[in-house]
Design a protein around this ligand. Structure first.
Ligand code: C2E
Ligand code: CA
Ligand code: CA
Length: 438
């Protein structure tokens, strides 16, 4: 599906250049408006018609910050790109609006903007708006039911790493299904919706968790993973069911796992206002489970609302992480989230770390966990055990050499981030042997 864009900029020549660039991308129609007030009038009446707005921050009469606030008040759900000659003060103000509102910010670009920067932002919109992205072939109910009966649910584990030390701090379990006679594995896009709409999601999750808990207990026997946690995904509809906290306690009992080591991830793609969801989160926390808000920044819950929930972790969506080294606004958002999460005593995770330049930036942020293909692709148990071995080998070697270097410099400091880079080496040495990695 292609998208319609409204460019809001008081300079007519900027409007024309941006429109020309946008038309080179997967954009259906671009309109422009040189006055913030008129733009608000158009968007109030026809907001559904515009999937994306590009906003300049310096404009006479209504400036871009006021415009963002009005878009937030009207509940505008499309993507927003800020394109401006920006100063720190403005970036700071814009980051606070984005954090405290429900706006979907795709990027903050310093003028002159390039086509490639716009392309990255539009890719982010496609990532956030699943209805805009092409859908993979989905399983039929019968295929899914058959796969569940045949026990074809396979847990894939993706490691999370502490940005500073490079230690593995946890794993997220992601569901894969082997379908038909093919060896090919299907990803959740192909079956979660079908499972949910045909009342099969609980069965699927139970099958996944019973395998994952056993495998993860074995993973924890590896000395580098003794203190790791396991994160699992529940859909908001599951969270609303009173039975889930007890089910999870049962799995913990059976596998002699401390509930404090299990984190339940929930997406905020449906507003978290239902009383039952609030009480489920509280019940999970009472039983010492962790609760993470997944994909933060793409949904309908803003930070003020989140702070009222007894959550233990915030996962910043990958759309904010991709390209963060180039994006001053995404950097300001991450820094604010880091302050807030530190004050609230909750963990902060950056998802979707794919790019070495982004990693170089993220490594310098305190108290941040990293998850992404660059560090560890999701993998099945046996492959993960191999990865752990490779990780240990390169990690130790790298630490040794850092120690020698720091001894030489007559200092005890181990070079920051050296272990994370070592892990990447492990990921890539592992990739070459992999038959399964998705
Ligand atoms: P999620 O919970 O946000 O999980 C992260 C997704 O991002 C995973 O996709 C993972 O493979 C992918 N990912 C991780 N690192 C990177 C990266 O660096 N770059 C990119 N491009 N992608 C990365 P996956 O496994 O396809 O899962 C998609 C979604 O399906 C998950 O998003 C989650 O919402 C849902 N899901 C997965 N397993 C389960 C499950 O057991 N139950 C439920 N209810 N939902 C599940
Ligand atoms: Ca998740
Ligand atoms: Ca996520």
């Amino acid at each position: 599906m292609s998208i319609n864009v409204l460019v809001i900029d008081d300079s007519l020549s900027s409007c024309r250049i941006l429109s020309e660039y946008l038309m080179q991308l997967t954009v259906n129609r671009v309109e422009y408006c040189t006055c913030g007030g008129s733009a608000i009038k158009i968007l109030t009446r026809y907001s559904q018609d515009y999937h994306l707005v590009v906003v300049d921050l310096h404009m006479p009469n209504m400036d871009g910050i006021e415009l963002l606030m009005q878009l937030s008040e009207m509940g505008y759900k499309g993507g927003i790109i800020i394109a401006s000659a920006m100063e720190n003060r403005i970036i700071e103000a814009a980051s606070q609006i984005v954090i405290n509102s429900n706006l979907r910010l795709l990027g903050s670009l310093v003028k002159p903007v390039s086509v490639n920067q716009l392309k990255l932002c539009i890719e982010r919109l496609f990532m956030m708006e699943t209805e805009l992205s092409p859908k993979p072939a989905t399983m039929t109910v019968d295929e899914l039911q058959h796969a569940l009966n045949q026990d074809k649910v396979i847990p894939y584990f993706q490691a999370q790493m502490d940005a500073e030390s490079g230690d593995i701090v946890g794993f997220e379990v992601l569901c894969r299904i082997q379908s038909g006679n093919q060896l090919k594995l299907l990803s959740p896009d192909s079956f979660i919706e079908v499972a949910e709409s045909h009342d099969l999601l609980n069965l699927l999750t139970e099958k996944l968790l019973s395998k994952a808990m056993v495998e993860w207990s074995q993973i924890c026997q590896d000395e580098s993973c003794i203190n790791t946690s396991l994160s699992i995904n529940l859909n908001p509809s599951q969270l609303a069911q009173a039975s889930w906290p007890n089910k999870l306690l049962k799995y913990c009992d059976e596998n002699q796992v401390d509930s404090a080591k299990i984190t339940v991830e929930i997406t905020e793609n449906q507003a978290l206002d239902q009383q039952s969801q609030y009480s489920s989160i509280s019940r999970l926390r009472l039983h010492k489970f962790g609760v993470a808000i997944d994909d933060f920044g793409t949904g309908y819950t803003n930070l003020t609302q989140l702070c009222r929930l007894p959550i233990s972790e915030l996962k910043l969506d990958m759309s904010f992480v991709r390209g963060i080294h180039l994006d001053p606004l995404a950097q300001a958002i991450l820094k604010s989230l880091q302050n807030i999460s530190q004050n609230l005593g909750i963990s902060l995770v950056a998802e979707g770390v794919e790019d070495l330049r982004d990693l170089n930036y993220l490594e310098r942020i305190d108290n941040l966990r990293l998850q992404g293909f660059l560090i560890c692709r999701p993998k099945p148990f046996t492959e993960l055990m191999r990865w752990l071995k490779a990780h240990k080998k390169v990690g130790n070697a790298k630490l040794e050499s850092s120690r020698v270097n720091s001894d030489k410099a007559n200092s005890n400091r181990v070079e920051s981030g050296s272990k994370v880079k070592a892990v990447i080496t492990a990921e890539h040495s592992d990739d070459r042997r992999s038959n399964y990695t998705i």
